[in-house]
Design a protein around this ligand. Structure first.
Ligand code: ADP
Length: 636
């Protein structure tokens, strides 16, 4: 499938025609310095350069001057010519993908652009005043000049919509934050998604089994904790100004500094904006600009300011790596990407120094020799053979990620996607059961808690074949409080596991991760008290990731596969209001029966609280599967 990627920055347009299966580029163009004028004249400075198969023959291309003064005018010149070139090459487009920087609360995945989506992007302009207007101008011009094609928006923020609330929220008054959409959104989503998937592919492992830290270090820099394929923490916040030190942006700064500069009149609002966005970071510290190559060279020659710039940059990076390992309870791979991450052995060396305590050991020779580029060598392993944490330099490819995410949406629209699922009358409703807190035990634990030789006594079969609730109950003793009489489930397993709800977490005083059942590595422990004794678990407490059990036949019906993440709508039986659960994991096995499991907190939110006591209580509720969510690079 061929798609046209259009990436409208504040003063530039980059565009490529990409074959989403092979990643091959058929042609490209860039237009730079849009809206700028030559000093003292009306002459526009923007220039169009064709690239890839369409590049001007022979060496340096001075570029063709573009008369217009904005994105729309520039596209009005270039798109008709692009269409002619496509026709000449007999290349048909399946769609056009537009990069949109801010998707706010609304967009957790790519969206087919219609009037409503366009209005939503416009409404988000206050959150991205430099970028969303340019993105929107590109969308409008391209829709007019390339009618009859599907246009798709891919959002920089979408990958981070999975951030848990604690990573989204700033510690400011809730009402203020809510009213003005002030929260952490995160950026560089396509790059983080792309290199995380590329790391998993390179390691030959499933992305959904890995905890990866991805550091995108270009002119803008951000770092992301990708836990089992989902972004759970990232360094950029409401705007791309927070976090790491960058080329010209300050990154983290005590907000008191801003108040001080404003209050004392040293800088006004615009001056402050320019200082933080354009004159800080590497440029501000080094005094010689934002190019890492220059800074490294001068630092080597003894320039103290450049040395400090390198130290600050690498120190903050290392600090974030340590923090994100703590956030995920460990890390399996660390990825460096972007112009600096891919090319600077020095920054990688400094960032990885003294990370041995995490199990991350750099191989200095491999690091020095690593060369990665968009060609054949996209990934280089730079860790030592005995390093538990794999260290990788990976060439990012944001345009390809955009193209693939859009292609996945376009394919889904034809196949199993929103349209078809929403309009298929025969789509099976999914029964919902409320999963109360419960405990799985090993046989050894059963004997320690209930007495030697004890075996579990089945009480009632559960809806999942072979599973049953038992007569036995135990007390959970948390650091803060206890919960008595928690049901044990059979049969016994190879590991003990305690599944509780968010409310239980606060009651017990435990911070349990949201996990798929069976995945208890690095989770907190708890004390179990039974009639014959107590057992202190060192790990095993999780908050179950809401999920749907289904058979392979059900999976084929819905067009999903094991461990897909889907969106489901649950109509409330009392109010008729629909609650959408955006992050539901699909588990497929011939041993399962079709059923969605939510915990008691979630059942409360959906007005589904059952009054009967029990382990897995069936409800009158049914879920409607509305969307399959895909990290595109996993698909193609
Ligand atoms: P953008 O964020 O604009 O896409 P890039 O990802 O191209 O930027 O990264 C630009 C940064 O990469 C610049 O600071 C540049 O100095 C740095 N860089 C490029 N090549 C090297 C290199 N060989 N060594 C060190 N830094 C490099």
């Amino acid at each position: 499938m061929h798609v046209l990627v259009i990436n409208c920055g504040s003063s530039s347009i980059k565009s490529e025609v990409i074959d989403t299966q092979t990643g091959r580029r058929h042609g490209a163009f860039t237009i730079e310095r849009i809206g700028e004028r030559r000093e003292g004249s009306d002459e526009a400075t923007s220039r169009l350069r064709w690239g890839g198969a369409w590049a001007a023959a022979g060496g340096d291309d001075p570029g063709q001057p573009i008369a217009g003064s904005d994105h729309a005018a520039a596209l009005a010149v270039v798109l008709p010519e692009l269409r002619a070139r496509l026709e000449a090459a007999d290349l048909g487009l399946a769609g056009v993908v537009h990069r949109v920087v801010h998707g706010g609360e609304r967009f957790a995945e790519p969206a087919r652009i219609d009037a409503e989506v366009e209005a939503a992007i416009e409404a988000l302009i206050p959150l991205a005043p430099l970028h969303n207007p340019a993105n929107l101008a590109g969308i409008r011009a391209a829709q007019e000049l390339l009618p009859g094609l599907e246009h798709v928006a891919v959002f920089d923020t979408a990958f981070h919509q999975s951030l848990p609330r604690r990573a989204q929220a700033y510690a400011i008054p809730r009402a203020l934050a809510r009213e003005h959409g002030i929260r952490r959104y995160g950026f560089h989503g396509p790059s983080h998604a792309h290199v995380a998937a590329a790391a998993a592919a390179h390691l030959g492992e499933d992305l959904r089994d890995l905890r990866i830290i991805t550091a995108h270090l270009g002119n803008g820099c951000s770092i992301c904790a990708v836990e089992y394929g989902r972004s759970v923490e990232t360094s950029m916040g409401m705007t791309p100004l927070e976090g790491l030190a960058m080329g010209t942006r300050s990154g983290d700064l005590d907000p008191g500094v801003i108040l001080h500069l404003l209050r004392s009149g040293v800088l006004d609002l615009d001056g402050l904006d320019r200082m933080l966005n354009n004159h800080s970071g590497l440029a501000g510290l080094s005094g010689v600009g934002n190019d890492m190559r220059d800074i490294e060279q001068r630092a080597g020659e003894g320039d103290e300011d450049c040395r400090l710039a390198l130290h600050v940059f690498a120190h903050r990076l290392r600090k974030y790596i340590g923090a994100y390992a703590a956030v995920m309870g460990g890390v399996d791979a660390i990825v460096f990407t972007g112009g600096i991450g891919q090319n600077s052995a020095l920054i990688r060396h400094r960032a990885c120094q003294r990370l041995e305590f995490l199990g991350a050991k750099l191989d200095e020779d491999r690091n020095r020799d690593a060369r990665v580029d968009a060609g054949a060598d996209k990934v280089a392993r730079i860790s030592a053979d005995n390093s538990r944490v794999r260290l990788l330099a990976i060439a990012t490819d944001e345009q390809l990620e955009l193209a693939r995410e859009a292609a996945a949406l376009l394919a889904r629209l034809d196949e199993i996607g929103t349209t078809r699922l929403a309009h298929r009358t025969e789509v099976r409703p999914i029964p919902i059961a409320i999963s109360a807190r419960h405990i799985h035990l090993t046989q050894a634990a059963v004997e320690q808690l209930f007495g030697p030789g004890h075996t579990l006594t089945p009480r009632r079969p559960l809806s999942q074949p072979g599973q049953y609730s038992c007569e036995e109950t135990l007390d959970l003793i948390g650091p803060k409080r206890s919960i008595e009489g928690v049901r044990v489930l059979g049969p016994t397993r190879s590991k003990c596991q305690v599944e509780i709800s968010r409310t239980d977490e606060f009651h017990l005083g435990i911070d349990a991760p949201v996990r798929a059942s069976g995945d208890v590595a690095n989770s907190p422990g708890i004390t179990l008290r039974g009639p014959a004794g107590s057992l202190q678990l060192t790990e095993g407490v999780i908050c179950a990731w809401r999920h749907i059990h289904m058979t392979p036949e059900d999976a084929a019906h819905y067009g999903v596969v094991d461990r897909d993440v889907v969106e489901v709508a649950v109509p409330s039986p009392t109010s008729g209001r629909e609650l959408v659960f955006g992050d539901v994991m699909v588990r497929v096995s011939p041993k399962f029966a079709l059923e969605m499991h939510i915990d008691t907190d979630e059942a409360n939110a959906a007005d589904l609280l059952a009054n009967s006591e029990g382990m897995l209580v069936s409800t009158s509720g049914v879920a409607r599967l509305t969307k399959r969510k895909v990290v595109a690079s996993q698909l193609v």
